[in-house]
Design a protein around this ligand. Structure first.
Ligand code: NCD
Ligand code: ZN
Length: 344
């Protein structure tokens, strides 16, 4: 039995860091696990300009623990009105991608896109400048069942988008379905996807086991077991189209354990350990290194990190809660014993 795993120093290709005191609370956890992260722009108000992205990067760097070399990779939030000119400024400012939130799809998505065709001139500019397009791939039509929203998005939106922007690099974020896996696996070299730890470890039963479980609620929502199996196969296939993106999305416990529960699982404390558990369960630990440390930078056109991190088979108990500004934040699996431990 393998008792240590050495990985190329990994990155998180989908992360929510929030702002101000919340940012200061969660950032050290990610900076301990990852060298870089793609930072999502769904603040209130959202990060829609290059200048806002630069200012947000400064706040993140200022909140880093002493001595950390963690590097935030900045994104902007695409709206119906993102000017074409803004893309040149974004490129010059070091922004690497824009994020599509279909209006109303998830946390802080009210300013999201109402009709993708309105953004085509801007997407063309991104294609020209080499900025990536990160897609929250769910339709929001009220008549589409919540569990079908990704499959319907793949079916209705991806074909026309790809036809209009043949060389735009697209990442389907937090993939959750077999339809999504099939689309990405069968797609061209400009298409890839991130996969979260929770979608590899759990199916939708986890939301309802012994009662309603708010900390397992994220968007896109957990799906049936057949979808989880498809995601595991994709992650462990060795295909360079699939890579690590935690979608760690902190919400204060009072917001999660509420009559209306915010969507998001907080996994920053133990992301690598959770991925290791998922890969080990299907005998694919040897595939974790490339998934966590190679495929992401290769797709983004960035260098792989130098150095390694080590996971050890050593049981430890994940804290029930950690500070989150003035509030409390409960990690997914808080209070549970995990079998793998990231060694400092
Ligand atoms: C994210 C958040 O809380 O910002 N929530 C989530 O459930 N994943 C938003 C998102 O990525 O959809
Ligand atoms: Zn997210």
């Amino acid at each position: 039995m393998t008792d240590t795993i050495t990985l190329t120093r990994p990155d998180d290709w989908h992360l929510h860091l929030r702002d101000e005191a919340a940012l200061a609370s969660v950032l050290p956890h990610t900076a301990r696990q990852f060298a870089r992260a793609i930072v999502m722009p769904n603040l209130r108000p959202p990060v829609t300009t290059a200048a806002q992205a630069v200012a947000y990067r400064e706040r993140i760097l200022a909140a880093l623990p002493e001595g950390s070399d963690f590097q935030p990779l900045m994104t902007m939030y695409l709206t119906d009105n993102t000017p074409v000119d803004e893309i040149k400024r974004a490129k010059a400012a070091g922004v690497v991608a824009l994020k599509l939130y279909p209006a109303g799809a998830t946390t802080n998505s009210d300013a999201g896109v109402t009709d993708l065709r309105k953004t085509y001139a801007t997407l063309e500019a991104m294609q020209r400048e080499g900025l990536l397009f990160l897609v929250h791939g769910e339709v929001t039509d009220a008549d589409v069942d919540l569990f079908d929203r990704e499959a319907v998005f793949v079916d209705r939106v991806m074909g026309p988008l790809r036809a209009a922007m043949p060389e735009l690099k697209i990442v389907m974020e937090h993939l959750t379905t077999k339809e999504g896996v099939q689309y990405v696996a069968g797609g061209d070299r400009f298409t890839a996807a991130t996969i979260t730890p929770q979608h590899l470890l759990y199916n939708r039963n986890a939301l309802f086991t012994g009662g309603l479980r708010p900390h397992y609620y994220c968007l896109p929502v957990l799906k049936r077991e057949e979808h989880r199996q498809a995601l595991l196969q994709a992650a462990a296939s060795g295909s360079a189209k699939f890579f690590l993106g935690t979608d760690s999305a902190p919400h204060a416990s009072v917001m999660k354990e509420n009559s209306v529960c915010g969507a998001g699982c907080f996994t920053a404390l133990s992301a690598l350990e959770l991925y290791a558990e998922a890969f080990e369960a299907i005998g694919a630990l040897d595939k974790l290194d490339a998934f966590a440390g190679h495929h992401g930078p290769d797709f983004y056109g960035l260098p792989r990190n130098a150095g390694t991190v080590t996971l050890k088979r050593e049981p430890w108990t994940l804290p029930e809660a950690v500070p989150f500004g003035d509030a409390q934040l409960k990690p997914l699996r808080g209070g549970d014993t995990l079998n793998w431990k990231l060694i400092a």
